[in-house]
Design a protein around this ligand. Structure first.
Ligand SMILES: *Cc1c(COP(=O)(O)O)cnc(C)c1O
Length: 387
């Protein structure tokens, strides 16, 4: 069958094979420890669910504006002003079907065929594929453990060509768990401004940070930086709302209006009553975030200490998000073989780093219970010593 060229360039997900296999094994009654989840294991907090239920009861079941419910756009603008010192008005906000659609709409609105998009690796696996779908060219800049998996201003500057249009920044980071310091963000902002690039800052893990690690949004560095910044975020990770599909894009009005035009001809508005849940998430008590953070913090410590103690593996303590990124190069195995064998021999599911542009690493999610983490680490230790 002859398919469109745009889809031929998109790679199938390498995580899917492991995931399907793990699910099949669990269904067959096997005792699987899974660290593959890219989502919190908590339920959505009750007050958020209740707000969506109330909205349903009140008949919020019809089409709404493609840009989002006015009250939600206002709540998001207020949050960005209050928490991030970003001077956005409601007209600078588009409500999207998750942080994923916000990035996708942005690529379609900003990227012309052949435009280059700089993506530091390890990266969230959808970034390069979204660039391909927009007929752009992903320019992957590898980082390593020595720089804490963070791109330096020198690396960014060296990757810029006359075709560079956009730089994708993700802090706290999936898959590495690293957080850029305010000084590092300032230095990157200077490069963005000097070369008049656009930067999209994916801040979906903003609230999931440990040890009081500060978070600086690149748009808050200076007013020239603000003018070149687009923020992508959402409710999935901080409020355990992955299935709700609510996110947002914030940026210059002209660009936001272009993304709304695209959304108006594709998905239209985000599920109306889900948006009322998101309003409650922003305007209600933030204690639920604190409670989830305490659990993540304990699990992070157990997983990091357990994995760091395994001879032959190395990792850096994560500062944010809920992933541990582990270097497996001393085992001599590529990440696909490592993950496949670990699952087959020890019933532990982890994600191969190849999916994130780092084939000598694996990603473990600690968004799961302590007992599973302890059991899984023991199994991984036995596996590594057997290689
Ligand atoms: C989960 C995630 C997103 C978006 O998730 P949605 O469920 O679409 O809101 C975006 N970026 C990164 C890095 C993520 O891990």
């Amino acid at each position: 069958m002859e398919l469109a060229t745009r889809v031929m360039q998109v790679k199938p997900s390498v995580t899917l094979a492991i995931d399907t296999k793990a699910k099949g094994m669990r269904a067959a009654g096997e005792d699987i420890c899974s660290f593959s989840a890219g989502e919190p294991d908590f339920n959505t907090p009750d007050h958020i669910k209740r707000a969506a239920q109330d909205a349903l009861d009140q008949g919020k079941t019809r089409y709404g504006p493609a840009a989002g419910e006015p009250a939600l756009r206002a709540a998001i603008a207020e949050k960005l002003n209050r928490d991030n010192q970003l001077a956005y008005a409601p007209s600078n906000i588009a409500v999207t079907n998750g942080g994923k659609q916000s990035l996708f709409n942005l690529m379609l609105a900003l990227i012309n065929p052949g435009d280059e998009v700089i993506i530091p690796a390890p990266y969230w696996l959808s970034y390069p594929e979204m660039v391909h779908l927009a007929a752009g060219v992903p320019v992957i800049v590898p980082t390593n453990a020595e720089s804490g998996y963070r791109i330096t201003p020198e690396q960014l500057e060296a990757a810029i060509t006359p075709k560079t249009r956009l730089f994708v920044l993700n802090s706290p980071n999936n898959p590495t768990g690293m957080v850029y310091s305010p000084g590092e963000i300032q230095a990157l902002a200077e490069v963005v401004v000097k070369h008049q690039l656009w930067v999209v800052s994916d801040e979906i893990y903003e609230k999931i940070r440990y040890d009081d690690t500060p978070h600086l949004s690149i748009g808050a560095v200076s007013s020239p930086a603000f003018e070149r910044t687009i923020i992508s975020s959402g409710f999935a990770k901080a409020y355990a709302m992955t299935g709700w599909r609510v996110g947002y894009l914030a940026g210059p009005e002209e660009l936001i209006n272009a993304t709304i035009k695209i959304q108006g001809h594709s998905t239209s508005n985000v599920c109306t009553f889900a948006q009322f849940g998101a309003i409650a998430a922003l305007n209600g008590s933030q204690d639920c975030v604190e409670t989830m953070m305490m659990a993540f913090k304990q699990r992070r410590q157990i997983m990091y200490e357990g994995m760091a103690a395994i001879p032959g593996l190395s990792c850096i303590q994560p500062k944010g998000a809920f992933y541990l990124f582990v270097n497996i190069s001393k085992t001599g195995l590529g990440s696909l073989e490592f993950c496949d064998r670990l699952l087959g021999e020890k019933k532990v599911a982890v994600i191969p780093g190849k999916a994130f542009g780092a084939d000598d690493h694996i990603r473990l999610s600690y968004a799961t219970d302590v007992e599973t983490i302890q059991k899984g680490i023991e199994r991984i230790a036995t596996f590594v010593s057997s290689i």
